[in-house]
Design a protein around this ligand. Structure first.
Ligand code: NAD
Length: 466
């Protein structure tokens, strides 16, 4: 089956970059990315894309206006498409039967209903959003219940594994592409059509075809395993701090074991991002629904250790600063949840800021890619500040790291931006109050050099002495 037009519902961190790459690799396919948000679509059509990703500007510019379109005309894009990717958000619901939290599928349902309402021809519907096992069945039920004469739907699972900060490269050169579908003839035809798109640039042996439920569960399991590795090394970091071992040395030692491997073994102030916590909590919820309490408790620990790590780090900041941060100036370097992205969702910096604001600290925040309005939106969220007016009293946002350090008692590295490694720390030291403290929440700085300058340095998973 040759596809001529595809549509992507949801122009976010997944829909935008993945469809831009598809358009660039498949010049004969018309790709239309649609969204409910007029603002987001306006930005995709401008020189200032709605998200920062290395290499994304070039890919978008190379095909926008040719075979890549961003639009709010959702109905036309659906009607004209042979294949539709659903890339909408699947946030965490405030609902669970235990500690787990269900994924909120209202955006998935709305997208499915829209497809059912407006489609006049057959479609392959591809679930790219991360969803609980059997969500494809719900999508299929909605479509079949509203099907028009002569229209046929095939629903596939094709979870996305890109990571923010490396999204373009991840889509260009993925470890694998997963496709889940039915084994009947219509299912096989749909799987072949989706394979045909990816085979424009990805070798066939990297495309793994499996049953739909395995594909859906594989995505949740992959994120749970990644989050679990971070929580495992962070749990080890607590032992290091208590004993004098060094977590970086321990990580190096265990990472050289080829059965373990070295990736995702970096201790830190904790993982963030829109996916890890949400997907692990969704897995916990799934276990609880399936009456598997021991499995639920196992995965819940991954999230609990992450909370513990952030709280532990915040406690160390307060304890080091003579047990009080009230009215002290604290510089936060980095607000994005990781480097090379402007995304702040579930960022460790948000939680750290909350703990410190609760203690009445004055925060001076700098991030190279996150806009001031975004930082303020996160900090004034009701889950973070009961009284948003306190944020304007306690927080200032700066465009320059040296200005942010001016008059501070302490500086905290929350994001591993490369530029933080090469700042002029002599200059920063001069600007800070003494004793000047640095808390390296990402283990990226040269601690010996900082101690030499005169800083009191604290980091994760290691005791440093002056
Ligand atoms: P996002 O919030 O950045 O984007 C989702 C977009 O969908 C929003 O712009 C929203 O306006 C739009 N939308 C919602 N309902 C719509 C509807 N009915 N019609 C049209 N547009 C609609 O989310 P994201 O980060 O791109 O994530 C999307 C999915 O992919 C989630 O399930 C997520 O778990 C998964 N995922 C995310 C990443 C990541 O790194 N962000 C990686 C892999 C998988």
């Amino acid at each position: 089956m040759t596809l001529k037009k595809i549509c992507c519902i949801g122009a976010g961190y997944v829909g935008g970059p993945s469809c831009a790459v598809i358009a660039s690799k498949c010049p004969a396919i018309q790709v239309t990315v649609v969204d409910l948000s007029e603002e987001r679509i306006k930005q995709w059509n401008s020189d200032h894309l709605p998200l920062y990703e290395p290499g994304l500007d070039d890919v978008v510019k190379s095909c926008r206006g040719r075979n890549l379109t961003f639009s709010t005309d959702i109905d036309t894009a659906i009607q004209e498409a042979d294949l539709i990717f659903i890339c909408v958000n699947t946030p965490t619901k405030n609902f669970g039967i235990g500690k787990g939290r269900a994924a909120d599928l209202k955006y998935i349902e709305a997208a499915a209903r829209r497809i059912a309402d407006v489609s006049k021809s057959s479609k392959i519907v591809v679930e790219k959003s991360t969803v609980p096992v059997k969500a494809a069945q719900s999508i299929s039920n909605i479509l079949q219940a509203n099907v028009k004469p002569g229209v046929k739907y095939q629903v596939l699972s094709n979870p996305e594994f890109l990571a923010e900060g490396t999204a373009v490269n991840d889509v260009l050169d993925p470890d694998r592409v997963l496709i889940g579908g039915e084994k009947n003839s219509l299912g096989k035809e749909a799987i072949e059509a989706l394979c045909w798109i990816y085979e424009h640039w990805i070798p066939r042996e990297k495309i793994i075809v499996m049953n739909t439920w395995s594909s859906e569960l594989s995505k949740l399991a992959a994120n749970a395993f990644l989050a679990q590795r971070i929580s495992s090394i962070n749990a080890i970091s607590a032992i290091c701090e208590a004993t004098g071992a060094d977590v970086s040395e321990v990580a190096n030692a265990i990472g050289t074991d080829s059965r373990i491997g070295s990736k995702f073994l970096k201790a830190s102030v904790g993982f963030g991002g829109s996916c890890f916590q949400k997907d692990v909590l969704n897995l916990v919820y799934l276990c609880e629904c399936l009456n598997l309490p021991e499995a639920a408790a196992y995965w819940q620990q991954v999230v609990d250790i992450n909370d513990y790590q952030r709280q532990r780090f915040a406690n160390r900041v307060v304890e080091s600063l003579f047990n009080t941060v009230t009215d002290k100036n604290i510089t936060i370097l980095g607000f994005a949840f990781k480097k090379d992205t402007g995304d702040t969702r579930e960022s460790a910096a948000i939680y750290l800021s909350k703990y410190l604001m609760d203690e009445e600290a004055r925060l001076r925040i700098y991030d190279p890619k996150v806009e001031k309005s975004q930082i303020l939106r996160e900090l004034t969220h009701p889950c973070i500040s009961e009284d948003p007016s306190r944020v304007s009293k306690l927080v200032t946002i700066h465009q320059d790291p040296y200005e942010a350090a001016e008059g501070s008692h302490a500086l905290i590295v929350c994001t591993e931006w490369d530029e933080f490694k090469t700042l002029d720390y002599h200059k920063i030291y001069q600007k800070m109050l003494k004793p000047a403290f640095i808390f390296d929440g990402r283990i990226i700085l040269d601690h010996e050099a900082l101690i030499e300058i005169g800083f009191h340095v604290e980091t994760i998973g290691k005791r440093l002495s002056r």
